[in-house]
Design a protein around this ligand. Structure first.
Ligand SMILES: Nc1ncnc2c1ncn2[C@@H]1O[C@H](COP(=O)(O)OP(=O)(O)OP(=O)(O)O)[C@@H](O)[C@H]1O
Length: 234
């Protein structure tokens, strides 16, 4: 994982969504830097812009204005296909509702991003997928269909899938939002372990205990980063 400069650099980014009676400003002149190897939580009330920010970092959305540099790339300079290729190699995504393909077995779900990116040689993919599933504690579930797993097991499988192409950066949007508190804590521990291996991790979350796990909390309110008193009440 050789990188130069910070893993993430956001400079004066604005994201607006057109709405009938005027634009919604989801991200409002936001700048931030996240260094390689950081574990950061993005918190804030519903509608504060957390998911929008994460989607900008993943290159799923493009900013209305401003610069987004992630994992060595200026995302504004990439075409749609360039973005998809960059994402496949550099970013692992984890979502609230796991989004495993229901007709593929768990191990096949983990192999899928390897097939798309072509970064891992074909003959290594199944063994690598199995190893990743074992790494996150669900190696014994590899041959099953996702629907037969518990929520926590499905999220572990989704994390293994996010690691498929060994990305330097993991982005997770409410990864524990659909789990009970005990299971949520265990899943957050998986992220913490992956962070100690040097991976940069950004998690959007509503978890109250997140501060004891992550290195830094970024508090959003109305599309801006807030600090001090403002952050406490946000
Ligand atoms: N596709 C869209 N079209 C129009 N408005 C949108 C769109 N996506 C988000 N918004 C608006 O942008 C603002 C920020 O939304 P966002 O989903 O980023 O917030 P959030 O902090 O992730 O909220 P939550 O915690 O509820 O998921 C909100 O006012 C939302 O209604």
């Amino acid at each position: 994982m050789i990188t130069t400069g910070p893993e993430i650099e956001v400079v004066d980014v604005v994201k607006t969504y057109p709405l009938g009676e005027g634009d919604v400003v989801a991200v409002d002149h936001l700048s931030l830097t996240i260094e390689t190897g950081e574990f950061v939580a993005v918190v804030g009330r519903s509608g504060s812009g957390k998911t929008t920010l994460l989607n900008l970092l993943a290159g799923i959305d493009r900013p209305t204005s401003g610069i987004v540099r992630v994992a060595g790339a200026d995302l504004g300079g990439l075409s749609e296909s360039g973005l998809a290729e960059w994402r496949g190699r550099n970013v692992g995504l984890v979502f609230q509702f796991f989004q495993l393909l229901p007709t593929l077995t768990v191990v096949e779900n983990v192999m899928l991003p390897m097939d798309f990116a072509g970064k891992i040689p074909a003959h290594q993919r199944r063994d690598r997928a199995q190893e990743l599933l074992e790494r996150v504690g669900v190696g014994d579930q590899a041959g099953k269909l996702p629907a037969t797993l518990s929520g926590g097991q499905q999220q572990r499988a989704a994390i293994a899938r996010a690691l498929a192409n060994d990305p330097p950066l993991l982005l997770a949007d409410e990864p524990t939002g659909n789990l009970d508190s005990h299971t949520a804590g265990a899943v957050l521990e998986v992220f913490a372990d992956l962070n100690t291996e040097g991976r940069t991790i950004v998690v959007v979350t509503h978890e109250r205990d997140i501060r004891s796990i992550v290195g830094r909390e970024i508090v959003l309110a109305d599309g801006r980063i807030v600090t001090g008193e403002e952050a406490v009440t946000a």
